[in-house]
Design a protein around this ligand. Sequence first.
Ligand code: SF4
Length: 191
Amino acid sequence: VRNESLRKADSGKYIIGTTSLAGCFGCHMSLLDIDTDLLDIVELAEFNKSPLTDIKKFTKQCHIGLIEGGCSNSENVHVLKEFRKKCDILVAFGECAIMGGIPAMRNFVPLQECLEEAYLNGITTEIGAHVVPGHEDIPKMLNNVYPCNEVVKIDYYIPGCPPSAQHIWKVVKSILLGEEFSIAHDEFKYD
Ligand code: SF4
């Protein structure tokens, strides 16, 4: 728990970045579930690099980075390391970011077997398919799916699948404003 508020940017607001790595985007959908309270958030903070703004490259250092999903490929690792550099505080939200979640179920199966099932042997694969796609422009799959804290330092965790919007924003606002917060048991959400 922080006990002092962060210094705002020159715009008079806090800056937030968000990204989705190996996840289902459900955590980002949950972010938007806050409905009209989003207007309060926008008074307090502005979003920089995020799927919510479609800003592809950081244009400012962020106070907080929110990370959905774990690392399944080389691109995920690259993006996560970039967020670590560009965000003063990094928050892993949702089980995929914290534990690897559903994508990490593939960790029990050798990678080559997973790829062959997906591209060659699955019931939905094209008849006659005989090549697993591979190109230097396609991010390399990692042998396992890794939770974010195994790749970079994570400062805070918001559990849930997905965590509710109220839970996420309560944590984010409390960190920004340096206020103590507590989460009641029934606020933890797993759909
Ligand atoms: Fe989707 Fe749940 Fe993973 Fe969030 S934690 S990305 S909702 S599977």
